[in-house]
Design a protein around this ligand. Sequence first.
Ligand code: TPP
Length: 543
Amino acid sequence: MNTSAHAFLSVLVSHGIDRIFQVPGESYIGLLDAVADFPQIDLVTCRHEAGAGFMACADGRLTRRPGVFMVSRGPGASNASIAIHTAQQDAIPLILVVGQVPHKDLRREAFQEIDYRAMYGSVVKWVFEVTAAEQMAEVAYKAVRMATQGTPGPVVISVPEDLQQQPVPQVSWRAQAHDPLRPSASGLARVRSLLSSAQRPLIIAGGAFDAPGGREALLAFAQAWQVPVCLAFRRHDIFPNSHPLFVGDLGLANPGDQLATLHSSDLILALGTRLDDVTSQNFSFPSYPQPAQALVHCYPDPRVVGLHFAAEVGLACQPQALVEELTPHPDVRLLSSRTQWAQALRQTHERIAAWPQRQADDGVRFFEVVRHLKALAPDDLRVCLDAGTFAAPVYRHFGFDFPQRLMAPLSGAMGYGTPAAVATALREPQHPVVCMVGDGGFMMTGNEMILAVQRQLPIVFILANNGSYASIRIHQERAYPARHLGTDLFNPDFATLAQGFGMVVEKIEREDQIAGALERALHARVPYFMEVKTSLKVTLPQA
Ligand SMILES: Cc1ncc(C[n+]2csc(CCOP(=O)(O)OP(=O)(O)O)c2C)c(N)n1
């Protein structure tokens, strides 16, 4: 077949795309029909565009190829927007394909029409509306390139329904491998010199190391130069958390004394991180915009390097290439003060990461679930998290060592956990997957569990049911003590619901039930649902 839809899909396939998530719509049945001629594409039919989009985000993150999802115009595209935002905040390559009204009706406010350039303009890297069937191959190529180059991110392709199955000349595209961006010789020399003389250097490492060999290269570099490593927001799986040089992550709740010590570093190597809002502690670490210490900023996108913080050395290249060039280092005598510095930071981290003791009488303390999971966790566990305060013990106390992986939205989007777990299990069936989600976030998506049952994906879903949008309740208790409105939840019987989906179900109401239930769930190798009656009080600020 040689239609514009086939040209589009064949270019995607030539770039390794082998899965498309979708919710159908009459506006793109031409594209959908053509998928039948590409048996190498796994078409995943979803129940809501947000879930389809979150699945594509997780898939894009794991493969580093664009996650692809297709939705219908207007309503479908509106539902999809949360995933677009997440891909942007999380720097994930993503392609959204939207069916559009016939091209003669464009900009007439036709039925379900939206101008996607206006709608998505500020959140995506590129929006393109096809105006001629012959553009379809070229557009697919550019979409892949735009989504993956520089800072990875979302692109949106709008395809009028009448341009989807037009005859076009046959195309033959090959994926082009680009050389990684390498550091300049002068940049390398300057970093080497700074590294040799620093007494209190610190690495802040981010998501750009999430590539084959990236983590290993970072580890070798940090060890060779004896530089402690702090991880960027929710990038816990970039460096082994049990390593003596791991000194914590920069997140939403770093204690003041830890930050004060980090501020006293005399060299910061910000590698593969955008130094975003949360990582930089709301643009205060390092000091903004002129850091107190020398800053080396390395990221594979010149628009990002030195954007918020004035870097002494700015390197628009792959951080992996940089650290590989610098390892092993020529015989530099490392200052003994460096070891003491790293040890002091590590001690602070260990104090922060120690399991909490706080008592509660209103349900299971969720950190106990996380503690037991840590004890039982397989070496290659994938932990998929929704947004909510139930997840705080994972970020703070769990400790990831590769090949374990953390899949959590940097955007803080509720509803991410369940679809991300399904996409992770689809992509990596050889690894165990655990999904943790609150009773709020679970009902923002959650329907994706049916895919786990349909495809028999052995995901362990753990629902923390505290009857509250507790993260927000915590903010309320701080800002308006003892007054809370709009954060209590009236819940359905989740266990019965999950049973209806065809899951194996367990309810945890006491802490002595946790270990056995987790063991059963992890060994069952079937879709498993655990509802935990979770303490709310233990998460609220102490009076
Ligand atoms: C889509 C979306 N809507 C609203 C929010 C704001 N928000 C952040 S956490 C949260 C509550 C989460 O509640 P739940 O899932 O029950 O987890 P808990 O905090 O109770 O552990 C809300 C409403 C958000 N981050 N994302």
